[in-house]
Write a protein that binds this ligand. Structure first.
Ligand code: GLP
Length: 243
């Protein structure tokens, strides 16, 4: 696993954007696996800037997102479809019909079938990842068992707690979500994680401990042949990681 220490969140965003840009320039028709949450927001801003100012071309790029809340329609401001439009798709020249965020409303089993069918046919060039404070990837929550394909998860209280900052109150945070499985994530050609802020526990387990533990799904990144973690220096210092 390659680990890059970024000076700060802007530096992390630029370095992550460099990696995405290189892939898009080399493979203009590639599929990007995308993530929500605050970690990739700076990178999305930077990619939008490069699209506008430097001609970075997304017109043939496809994308598939990690996850979506169950119960939120794509027009809901906290849905991940809305997030992606708002933070990236509305600001780059991607064809929105080539972007896929699983549906969180309607018949969930049908939605999962569609999600799995798409994943089976898709070769993800780079999967962007954030990480939950408990080490979840997408919405693969810690537990005895992790899942291979796209499935529905009940969110842990710590995840609901962590994500309530985006909602008016904790009660409004959905308790279920659909997510790519760990197998889908691990089958991406490369993984790109951005980690900073208060993620000491996840960062320590990912970067320092030598354990692959389903109780910290992020540790599975260590098994991937082409995984890059961009960690902000402040967090690296806090966990005593020097590279
Ligand atoms: C949510 C998403 C994850 C994301 C996590 C961390 O739970 N489902 O994919 O990695 O938030 O978000 P943040 O980057 O805001 O810390």
């Amino acid at each position: 696993m390659k680990v890059i220490i970024a000076r700060d969140s802007d530096d992390a965003a630029r370095m992550a954007a460099d990696i995405i840009e290189a892939a898009v320039r080399e493979y203009p028709e590639c599929t990007l696996g995308l993530a929500t949450g605050s970690s990739p927001v700076g990178m999305y801003k930077e990619l939008a800037r490069r699209c506008k100012d430097e001609g970075l071309d997304f017109s043939k790029v496809h994308s598939v997102n990690l996850d979506e809340y169950v119960g939120l329609d794509g027009t809901h401001e906290q849905s991940y479809r809305f997030f992606m439009n708002d933070n990236l798709f509305d600001h780059i020249n991607i064809d929105k019909t080539n972007t896929y965020v699983a549906k969180g409303t309607g018949d969930i089993q049908e939605n999962l079938k569609e999600f799995n069918d798409i994943l089976d046919k898709t070769d993800i060039r780079i999967q962007v990842l954030g990480v939950g404070p408990d080490g979840h990837l997408g919405f693969n929550e810690p537990g005895d068992t992790l899942y291979d394909g796209a499935h529905e998860e009940t969110l842990d209280d710590s995840t609901i707690e962590a994500n309530k900052r985006f909602f008016a109150s904790k009660d409004e945070v959905p308790t279920r979500a659909v997510t790519m499985g760990m197998g889908n994530i691990m089958r991406a050609q490369s993984l790109l994680m951005i980690i900073g802020g208060n993620k000491e526990e996840a960062a320590r387990r990912l970067l320092i401990e030598d354990k692959i533990d389903p109780r910290c799904p992020a540790t599975f990144m260590r098994l991937h042949r082409d995984a890059t973690v961009i960690i902000e220096k402040e967090l690296a210092d806090r966990i005593g990681y020097g590279g």
